[in-house]
Design a protein around this ligand. Structure first.
Ligand code: AMP
Length: 266
């Protein structure tokens, strides 16, 4: 009996070590990292950002000849209910080959809007996508399993909740003259999406619109108790009482001297 137990124990140990190796290599589980409470999908209004573009480079979406007229993606951020958030959770370098089939959609809906390269978690600078994956994506485990899962989840959420269309069907349109009550922007999104967003402004224009999701990707309010939409909504945000969704005229890349990819500041 003793002679048959030893090989069985050995094979059990071998099986266990093989299993733990595959978890370690195929997932981005991080030791000691507390799981997030919810996710925030951060969208940007290119009109506001691109208005301050002074340098052009081929990687900057603001420099395309056709101006961007839809909200674009900033990133999907895991958050905690207490207002804090995890960042740079595991050393999983962005590898564009893992998302090559998504690149056409990423170019369209998740463009860089600056020429400068954002910093990466473990040194150096890189693509905007690399920054978002390494800083936020790696903290989305175990809800999101890997790089492909992160980018495809974001694209799915973005196409499911089309805030540009939601706002324009309520008459809230890109314009350089019109201003809209912040309360109308918030309630239009809340009615269509089913939960309160966060609106971030720069100089009175909408810069970001953030939608929040529970960990099963059902809409939820971004800030607890923020479902009261009143005239004083602006007091709780970076926005004035009336906000705009500006348009912009793209700089023409060829006309700008000395511009090179990833070399200029924003
Ligand atoms: P985050 O850490 O996700 O808040 O992203 C902030 C960093 O990303 C800063 O370095 C920003 O300048 C940069 N950033 C934000 N939006 C964009 C964008 N659309 N394109 C390129 N870089 C961006």
């Amino acid at each position: 009996m003793a002679t048959s137990t030893v090989p069985r124990l050995l094979s059990l140990l071998l099986l266990l070590s093989a299993l733990s190796l595959s978890v370690g290599s195929s997932s981005m589980e991080t030791v000691g990292q507390r799981e997030c409470d919810y996710f925030m999908l951060c969208l940007q209004w290119p009109g506001t950002i691109c208005k301050s573009t002074h340098h052009c480079c081929s990687s900057n979406g603001c420099c395309r000849s056709q101006p961007l007229t839809h909200f674009t993606i900033h990133g999907l951020w895991p958050n905690y209910d207490d207002g804090s958030w995890p960042a740079c959770c595991s050393h999983s370098d962005f590898d564009i080959k893992k998302v090559s089939s998504l690149v056409p959609e990423l170019e369209k809906y998740w463009p860089s809007l600056y020429c400068s390269s954002p910093s990466l978690c473990f040194g150096g600078k890189g693509l905007f996508w690399a920054h978002e994956w390494e800083k936020h994506g790696t903290c989305s485990f175990p809800v999101i399993q890997d790089e492909y899962d992160y980018f495809s989840t974001v694209l799915d959420l973005y196409s499911k909740y089309n805030v540009t269309r939601i706002l324009s069907s309520a008459g809230i349109l890109a314009s350089n003259g019109d201003r809209y009550p912040l309360g109308d922007v918030i309630s239009t999104i809340k009615n269509a999406f089913g939960a309160s967003p966060i609106v971030v402004c720069r100089h009175g224009s909408v810069e970001e619109l953030r939608l929040c999701f529970s960990k099963d990707f059902k809409p939820r309010d971004c800030t607890m108790g923020s479902d009261i939409i009143d005239d004083a909504s602006y007091l709780r945000s970076s926005c004035p009482r009336y906000v705009s969704l500006p348009t912009y005229a793209p700089l023409v890349l060829g006309d700008v001297s000395g511009a090179t990819s990833w070399s200029t500041d924003h």
